[in-house]
Design a protein around this ligand. Structure first.
Ligand code: IMP
Ligand code: MG
Length: 186
């Protein structure tokens, strides 16, 4: 088990422990199970940051569901045009489906807002946004999650799927990255 050494030395502090994450995700799974009773939702994982959350969340939802994966990013500098670059699309035809997009963190909300607009064109029966972390202080779009597991303050967080330059995704907890780590590299 990875513990308070090695990569943990790069953290300013731990924000959410493995146990807190587990408890929050269990509660969210129960809520989704209740809200989608009688339905067979399609859960779409946004790559790569939401992978850990996704794997844990689907095991807390007691419904017949399907899974899919998508990778998207915004075109830099063209945010006002609302263009989204879908690098890997879902395999499923989402028309008529009850779709839940599962995201790791919503900061500006720009990418997800653009992705939502794009997916709505495909006429799903419903489309909702689930996020593990909501950072409302960073918002630069109208996007609000339908389900948010935890609301966090500003600061760059890593662990449990979230990365800094592809590192720290395998930490079981979520922590705030120490300022000297990213100031050193930028
Ligand atoms: P947006 O700013 O809401 O469009 O966020 C886009 C993506 O940036 C998220 O899905 C994350 O992958 C990444 N991101 C935003 N804030 C953080 C953070 O604090 N740590 C790690 N990744 C982040
Ligand atoms: Mg992401």
């Amino acid at each position: 088990m990875i513990r308070k050494s090695g990569m943990y030395a790069d953290l300013e502090c731990i924000l959410l422990t493995e146990e807190e994450l587990k408890a929050g995700i269990r509660r969210l799974g129960e809520t989704i199970t209740r809200d989608y009773a009688g339905k067979e939702p399609l859960l779409v994982c946004t790559l790569k940051g939401a992978v850990n959350f996704f794997a844990d969340l689907i095991r807390e939802i007691d419904l017949p569901l399907a899974v899919d994966f998508i990778a998207a990013s915004s075109y830099k500098g063209t945010e006002s045009t609302g263009k989204v670059n879908i690098r890997k699309d879902v395999d499923a035809d989402i028309a008529g489906r009850d779709v839940l997009i599962v995201e790791d963190i919503i900061d500006t909300g720009i990418t997800l807002n653009n992705l939502k607009t794009e997916l709505l064109k495909r006429k799903p029966a419903s489309l909702k946004i689930v996020t593990l972390l909501d950072k409302p202080g960073g918002r630069q779009s109208d996007l609000e999650p339908d389900y948010a597991c935890f609301t966090i303050p500003d600061g760059f967080v890593v662990g449990y799927g979230l990365d800094y330059n592809e590192k720290y995704r395998n930490l079981p907890d979520i922590g705030i990255l120490a300022r000297h780590i990213y100031e050193k590299e930028n």
